[in-house]
Structure formats: structure tokens, C-alpha cells
Design a protein around this ligand. Structure first.
Ligand SMILES: [Fe+2]
Length: 263
């Protein structure tokens, strides 16, 4: 089997030509963005990773303006060469990793309604933009994302492999913590877009472990309530440098699974 060209994703029929229709945002949308922004932002100087906070300034997010992807793309492109790709919502794994592998961060453009401020079935653009995009200005972070997705694409036909790699994605990109100047800080987007989990994740209640690929790949995660375990990195470089180990542990776990099946 010949390998697909890296950019196959752009000609995939499932990837529609979607754009953010900024003029279509309603007064309620602006209000929702403002409420969520003003509720979470004051917590972040103490709670969030310095890299995230610097990122918020670089991408120029403010309370009174919903993130504008056109402007954002110009900024991201000059910083790390990344762009935002509008997607209709949750997308298939191969499309998801295919976009990330091509330096495109998939994002929705819709905002939750006033009555959904605290709970959402699937991520809206407040999560996708506010929580994820400021970190896309960090080179180690995006290099990690791009290459982790490359590993996922190699194993895209194997649901068990994708599950193991999703655990890495989950406990880093979505629910990761970092130690900066001796203090625990948040960089995971799933935490950053939740005022409740920001407080909880940094408290004494959950367990905190040093970043450990093997441990993470052996841990299931929850989608419907706070995690009870968080892994703490020392730097974004550490994520990037763990890629060979991720591949190694993955191969090992896949081989063990095949052995189990034969026994
Ligand atoms: Fe996310």
C-alpha cells in the first residue's frame, strides 16, 4: 500500500468549504462570549500557563469581540504557520488528525446559548477558540500536535491504537497541567474553558502525577465529569520530546493486545 500524500485531507469530500460568517453572529452570541470570557479570564493570570496568557495577548482575544478567524489566521501564520479550519462540529478521527497533521486546527464557529452556559454536549467555539488557540503560537506545542497526529494517521485503521493516542491527547492538550517556576498551572483546553475545573484541577482533591506516557496510555478518561488524575509536564518541549516514547509504548501495547487475542 502506498502512503497517502500528507495533504490528502484538503481534497477529502467530507471537508466542506466552511467559513466563519462573522456578520451572522447575534447579540446573544456576543453576550455569551462576553459572559464566558469575563467569568474565566480573571481566574487565569493565577491559574493558567504563562505561555497561554502570552498567547491570549498575541491572538488579541477580548471580551467584547468574538474571535475573528480571519484575523486569527494572519497572526497564527506568522507565529507558527498554523491556521484555523472551520468544521461543522465533531468530525471523523482521520479528518481530525489529518487536519492537525497539516497545521490546521479544527474549530466550530457556533456559540452555546445563554441557557447552556455551564454544560455542553459538544465543544462550541468558546472552547475551540478561547481555550485552544492561544497555545497555537507555541512552536513546541504545535510540533507535538502535528507529529502526534502523524502517529495517529499511521494507525488510523486500528481503533485500539486511536484510543491509546486519544488518551495522550486528552491528558495533555485537553486536560494537561504544567509546572512553571515551581507552581502548578493549567494548559489543557478542556480545563481552561471551565471555571469549575480550573479551580478543581489545581486543588488538592485530584491526584497529580509527573508526565508519564506509559501511565497515561494505560488510563481511561471521562468525558462527562472532572478527571480525578492530571499529569504535569515541565515544559512544552517535554511533550515534543516524548513522541518517540509514545510510538514505542504504542507499538508495545498493540503487540501485547495481538498476543492476548492469540492466547
Ligand atoms: Fe478541545
Amino acid at each position: 500500500m502506498t502512503e497517502k500524500p500528507k495533504d490528502w485531507v484538503f481534497t477529502d469530500p467530507r471537508l466542506k468549504e466552511l467559513k466563519q460568517d462573522y456578520a451572522a453572529y447575534t447579540e446573544e452570541d456576543f453576550k455569551v462570549w462576553r459572559i464566558l470570557f469575563e467569568r474565566q479570564m480573571p481566574n487565569l493570570p493565577k491559574a493558567a500557563s504563562q505561555t497561554y496568557l502570552e498567547g491570549v495577548e498575541k491572538v488579541r482575544f477580548t471580551a467584547d469581540r468574538i474571535a475573528n478567524f480571519e484575523e486569527l489566521n494572519e497572526i497564527l501564520e506568522t507565529q507558527t504557520g498554523w491556521k484555523v479550519q472551520v468544521v461543522p462540529g465533531l468530525i471523523d478521527d482521520d479528518l481530525f488528525f489529518g487536519l492537525l497533521h497539516n497545521k490546521r486546527f479544527p474549530s466550530s464557529t457556533w456559540l452555546r446559548k445563554m441557557e447552556q452556559l455551564d454544560y455542553l454536549e459538544e465543544p462550541d467555539m468558546f472552547h475551540d477558540a478561547f481555550a485552544h488557540m492561544p497555545l497555537l503560537v507555541n512552536q513546541h506545542y504545535v510540533d507535538f500536535l502535528e507529529n502526534l497526529s502523524g502517529i495517529a494517521l499511521k494507525h488510523i485503521q486500528n481503533p485500539w491504537a486511536i484510543q491509546l493516542l486519544s488518551r495522550i491527547y486528552w491528558f495533555t492538550i485537553e486536560f494537561g497541567l504544567i509546572r512553571e517556576h515551581g507552581e502548578l498551572k493549567v494548559y489543557g483546553a478542556g480545563i481552561l474553558s471551565s471555571a469549575g475545573e480550573t479551580k478543581f484541577s489545581l486543588s488538592e482533591e485530584p491526584k497529580h502525577f509527573p508526565y508519564n506516557v506509559r501511565q497515561i496510555m494505560n488510563t481511561e478518561y471521562w468525558k462527562d465529569h472532572f478527571q480525578d488524575k492530571y499529569w504535569v509536564i515541565d515544559s512544552y518541549e517535554q511533550l515534543f520530546e516524548s513522541l518517540p516514547e509514545i510510538e514505542e509504548v504504542l507499538e508495545e501495547m498493540l503487540a501485547n493486545k495481538t498476543q492476548d487475542a492469540r492466547q
